[in-house]
Design a protein around this ligand. Structure first.
Ligand SMILES: Nc1ncnc2c1ncn2[C@@H]1O[C@H](COP(=O)(O)OP(=O)(O)O)[C@@H](O)[C@H]1O
Ligand SMILES: O=C(CO)[C@@H](O)[C@H](O)COP(=O)(O)O
Length: 506
């Protein structure tokens, strides 16, 4: 009976489940959707129980459609979106929806803590500046605004650890998501009790930390009844989605870099020495002894999803007639517009903005409208705006001493040849695409495979499983149009920053 590995990705737009064989071939995939709730400006929440329901549905589907026996699954790896803060009671109940990585409701708390503790003291320990998107201030927000929830909280979990809990009944934290909390010492990978006290986060709320590939438990009989996996199937601690996607894109050596096009956009540079910058994001990689210097916008692939939802009724219908995805039609339209979108420039700050500007008041902007502009211009300029944010982050990383030569792209946006080419042209970097939709689950599966001993180590796993599908070289003919627009992009935010504060948003 051939043995397989199962990967679970708790993405922002959906959970993605995939079963792989040892060689990294996809045996079957299934997705399960769930909503993001935006109850107030600046808020963005999800219901972790809805993640679990979607995961169970997708696992059952995958076992059935892949004709896979539950006993064939040798191990499970889970990755998840960053910076959730799931308050759990002792019996394993979720006490309220979790604010997700886009949520900026705790901006005032961050200002207060930065003032009181010293922004630099926080950064020196955690390698990250204290910003509302991270998990830290969300916990303090519960304390102040939902005291009943806070009182009943036994442990705070992250997205992937929550699914690990539902599968195994174990409360855990793994290294790569430690960066969500500013009492996590980024040099030693341990909780720092002293900083926890200063921030107001007692150590008791935080689970023990495990290496990402360590087996933390096995599937319980309750979980088996709910999701269909066999009782006793080993589950590893798992990791951050960006870090698993980085591993699944084959990025395991210093200097290698992943480009991420999920709901969020961004990049992750692999380092084997501690290299932090307050404008960027620092986490542990999911492979031991390595860090990821990351940059991330709030408006990555999600911008295209949003445009499609708001303005894609016609393409959705037409797509059905032509047997094409509406996003494929969006791509075809954008290809008809010249590089630079005839001067239409987009700022992708769709839920405030994360690195490198860290501004919860930042807003999305289309600049340069006139009567000649069409829907196709909006689509292309949205793609270009996301690519400018990538360049902005890469430039900040270069200033921090992390030089990048090649990008390895993953995530839904990497399905688009046009968007990937635009990113290559705007950054001036060659881009390799190993796999777009399954890189992240592959990373989770590699963790499981190393954890249960199916692979000797990460080198062997990556050599066996990661395959380059296509590559893009930067087209320098487009450089001038893009460079001009990039300067406008930078100036727009600079000039609108104060105005953005006045128009609310949080
Ligand atoms: N052909 C395409 N062209 C442009 N964008 C695409 C295409 N296919 C998928 N996407 C984008 O990919 C995003 C989903 O990527 P995914 O990696 O699945 O995200 P997440 O992990 O955040 O749920 C969507 O927001 C969608 O806009
Ligand atoms: O913050 C990060 C990585 O540090 C983001 O990548 C989020 O984890 C969201 O990921 P997606 O759901 O968009 O894949």
């Amino acid at each position: 009976m051939e043995q397989y590995l199962l990967g679970i990705d708790i993405g922002t737009s959906a959970c993605k489940i995939a079963v792989f064989n040892r060689e990294g071939e996809v045996i079957a995939t299934a997705n399960g959707d769930y909503p993001v709730y935006y109850p107030h400006p600046g808020w963005a929440e999800q219901n972790p129980d809805e993640w679990w329901t979607a995961v169970c549905g997708a696992i059952k589907e995958i076992l059935q459609k892949g004709s896979i026996l539950p006993e064939q699954i040798a191990g499970v790896g889970i990755d998840g979106q960053s910076w959730s803060a799931i308050p759990m009671d002792k019996d394993g109940n979720v006490l309220t929806n979790t604010p997700i990585w886009m949520d900026t409701r705790a901006a005032d708390i961050c200002e207060e803590l930065n003032e009181k503790i010293g922004a630099d003291n926080i950064f020196q320990l955690s390698g990250n500046s204290l910003q509302p998107s991270y998990s830290t201030a969300k916990i303090i927000w519960y304390q102040r605004n939902l005291p009943d929830v806070y009182e009943r909280t036994y442990k705070v979990l992250q997205s992937n650890s929550y699914i690990a809990y539902r599968l195994t009944g174990e409360f855990t934290q793994e290294l790569s998501q430690g960066y969500g909390l500013h009492c996590f010492d980024m040099r030693t990978g341990t909780w720092n009790e002293d900083m926890g006290k200063k921030l107001g986060i007692p150590k008791e709320l935080l689970p023990d930390i495990y290496p990402c590939h360590e087996v933390v438990g096995t599937v319980t009989s309750k979980a088996s009844r709910e999701c269909g996996l066999a009782v006793g199937t080993p589950v590893v601690a798992g990791g951050l989605d960006a870090a698993c996607g980085t591993l699944g894109a084959g990025v395991i050596h210093p200097g290698e870099t992943q480009e991420q096009g999920g709901q969020a956009g961004g990049m992750s540079i692999c380092t084997d020495t501690y290299k932090a910058d307050p404008r960027l994001i620092l986490s542990y990689h999911v492979i031991p002894g390595h860090w990821l210097l990351q940059g991330g916008t709030t408006g990555g692939g999600g911008v295209m999803r949003w445009l499609e939802k708001q303005f894609g009724d016609y393409e959705r219908e037409e797509g059905k007639r032509q047997g094409k995805n509406s996003l494929v039609l969006f791509n075809e339209m954008a290809e008809m517009v010249a590089p630079g979108s005839d001067g239409l420039v987009f700022l992708p700050y769709m839920s405030g903005e994360r690195s490198p500007i860290w501004d919860p008041n930042a807003k999305g902007v289309f600049y340069g409208l006139d009567f000649s502009k069409t829907k196709a211009h909006f689509i292309r300029s949205a793609m270009e705006g996301v690519a400018y944010s990538l360049k902005h982050n890469l430039d900040a990383a270069k200033e921090a001493g992390a030089e990048v030569s090649v990008l390895r792209s993953m995530g839904g946006s990497a399905n688009s040849l046009l968007w990937t080419q635009i990113k290559s042209d705007i950054t001036g970097k060659p881009i390799i695409v190993p796999s777009s939709d399954t890189a992240t689950t592959l990373g989770a599966v590699i963790l499981a495979g190393v954890g249960v001993g199916m692979y000797k180590d990460f080198e062997e796993a990556v050599a066996l499983t990661v395959e380059n599908k296509r590559s893009h070289e930067p087209n320098l003919q487009n450089a001038q149009a893009y460079e001009k627009n990039y300067q406008v992009y930078l100036e727009l935010y600079h000039n609108l920053k104060e105005t953005m504060k006045k128009t609310g948003g949080r």
